[in-house]
Design a protein around this ligand. Structure first.
Ligand code: B12
Ligand code: SF4
Length: 471
């Protein structure tokens, strides 16, 4: 442990770069698409501060820190404990962060969605002392308290180390935690190519009861949790007044799951005369027209729909529980009330034929989408898509295990022929057509992001990403 600069126990919370599978393409796209904050670490920091710990967040993409830069920053801070958060594809970046943390002399804990599938396996990397499985809001404060007082760690639920395995830490309600800490973060560095700046993110609910076969469910997401309308709008108001935020992006899985709650949020925004643009993800079967009108009147400018595919058979096999008719209805209704529709599509589905791919492009072109993303299907560990891909002989059973143990140069196998070319082609056919001139011009006018938009479009046209649907 580092020699103490002050009496307080110091904890660094780290999100490092996406040195993911096919990282170069993703980095190129993400650099232009934006830098979005990590709310999970912000929430953990809130709890740690409440418990009296000294904390700092190091958000490498926002702070422009590479591996060496992060290492030097950590050495200067001299943390006793470093918490690194990761997804599975993001593991290579997280390991670089853990190595930087190790060089600072701190104890290192790895957590986040990834560690819910692979726990002890991560201890293969010498730079990791602990793995947290499940709710970081309980694991990290308990570990910090134990380390600070020289106490035992073996009874901490959800904590794995080389000596013992503490199972899984159950979810706690975000509403009981307060808001994620943003002080100390370079708030002006966060942006989304789609949004007006200054911009911020929030989460108003957690979890989703649907079971799409490609979607990874965290333990904390298996039970849904909703914040009250009052608390949500209070945080929106705080972002506007404290940070001058002009647009808010919600990170929820499905924002409109509870119609009444969303209607209450809209009513409060209007009552308080809160002037802020906002956008949220949802499903096509959860946006009745009345609600859409309410949302538009309360500042909702964009809805992100998980459309996924234009082929009914594939939609069915994804377990999406939607239909082409529902997709058409929702996108047209949103557009009619003045809300931009962002369609997330997946191409290169397992055994996808050329004709099925064409149906996706055709649907994206036919409906009034202002934005679309086309991702190649990724069989994330722990998903039904992964099991089916293994059964189909397209992905080796031990693919992710090898990856987790350090074979970071593995390439993700394609589930359908030419999946990457299909993604590139879909982007080109969607964005580069005369009908997109209006939405693109409107976008530039509302967000003021002229150069980002143009270079983003060019990058999208040139590259494709191998990933699951995300932002
Ligand atoms: C917002 C978001 C993003 C944002 C912001 C990143 C972030 N993690 O916040 C952006 C766009 C950057 C992003 C990118 C990616 N994402 Co993403 N993202 C999400 C989303 C929709 C919400 C995350 C969130 O804010 N949750 C709420 C907060 C409160 O929880 P949390 O961050 O998960 O943190 C909690 C726990 O995980 C845990 N925890 C977190 N960190 C730590 C650290 C320690 C030490 C401990 C003990 C615990 C712990 O405690 C926290 C509090 O409860 C989730 C879906 C979901 N429902 O979680 C997908 C999700 C996390 N993303 C996913 C993926 C695959 C990606 C990408 C790889 C995709 C891509 N486009 O390339 C990239 C890679 C990013 C990276 N470096 O790893 C997958 C992860 C699956 C997996 N097995 O790893 C998810 C689950 C989507 C899905 N359903 O499949 N993502
Ligand atoms: S893709 Fe969306 S609707 Fe489907 S399970 Fe995941 S969060 Fe729920």
């Amino acid at each position: 442990m580092p020699s103490s600069q002050s009496d307080r126990f110091r904890i660094a919370l780290v999100r490092h770069h996406d040195l993911c599978l096919n990282s170069r393409q993703i980095a190129a796209v993400q650099k232009r698409a934006g830098v979005l904050p990590h709310l999970g670490l912000g929430y953990i920091e809130t709890v740690l501060r409440r418990d009296g710990f000294d904390t700092v967040q190091f958000d490498s993409p926002a702070m422009g820190l590479d591996g060496e830069g992060l290492k030097q920053a950590l050495i200067r801070y001299q943390p006793h404990l470093v918490c690194v958060s990761t997804t599975t594809p993001g593991l290579p970046g997280a390991i670089e962060a853990c190595e930087a943390a190790r060089a600072s002399g701190a104890k290192v804990i790895l957590g986040g969605p990834h560690t819910e599938v692979f726990g002890a396996e991560n201890l293969h990397h010498d730079c990791i002392d602990y793995v947290g499985v499940g709710e970081g809001l309980t694991i990290v404060p308990q570990l910090a308290a134990a380390l600070a007082s020289g106490g035992e760690t073996k009874d901490i639920r959800g904590l794995i180390c080389r000596e013992h395995h503490g199972g899984v830490a159950p979810m706690i309600n975000l509403a009981d935690v307060g808001w994620p800490r943003r002080e100390g973060l370079p708030m002006n560095q966060y942006f989304s190519i789609m949004a007006k700046r200054p911009f911020a993110t929030m989460i108003s609910s957690r979890g989703c009861p649907f079971k799409c076969s490609f979607c990874f469910k965290q333990i904390v997401d298996k039970k849904s949790m909703y914040r009250t309308a009052e608390d949500v709008v209070d945080e929106m108001e705080y972002l506007v007044h404290r940070w001058g935020v002009r647009e808010i992006m919600f990170y929820d899985d499905v924002f409109t799951m509870h119609r009444k709650r969303v209607a209450q949020i809209c009513e409060l925004i209007r009552k308080r005369n809160l002037k802020v643009r906002w956008e949220a993800p949802t499903r096509v079967d959860l946006v009745p027209n009345e609600l859409l009108k309410d949302m538009a009147a309360a500042g909702c400018v964009r809805l992100r729909f998980g459309i996924e595919h234009g082929d009914p058979e594939i939609l069915e096999s994804m377990g999406k529980e939607s239909s082409i008719e529902k997709i058409e209805r929702a996108v047209i209704d949103a557009s009619n009330v003045g809300i931009s529709a962002f369609g997330y599509f997946i191409v290169g589905w397992l055994n996808e034929t050329q004709a099925q791919f064409e149906r996706t492009v055709e649907l994206a072109q036919r409906l009034p989408f202002d934005y679309a993303s086309f991702y190649t299907a990724t069989p994330l560990p722990g998903t039904r898509l992964f099991r089916e891909s293994v059964e189909a002989g397209v992905v080796p059973q031990d693919f992710w295990l090898r990856f987790v143990k350090g074979e970071f140069d593995l390439r993700m196998p394609e589930l359908a022929p030419n999946a990457h070319q299909r993604a590139q082609e879909a982007y080109r056919r969607f964005y580069f057509r005369p009908q997109m001139m209006m939405p693109i011009t409107r976008h530039i006018f509302h967000t003021g992001q002229f150069s980002n938009t143009l270079s983003g479009l060019l990058t999208l046209a040139r590259s494709s990403s191998n990933t699951v649907r995300d932002f």
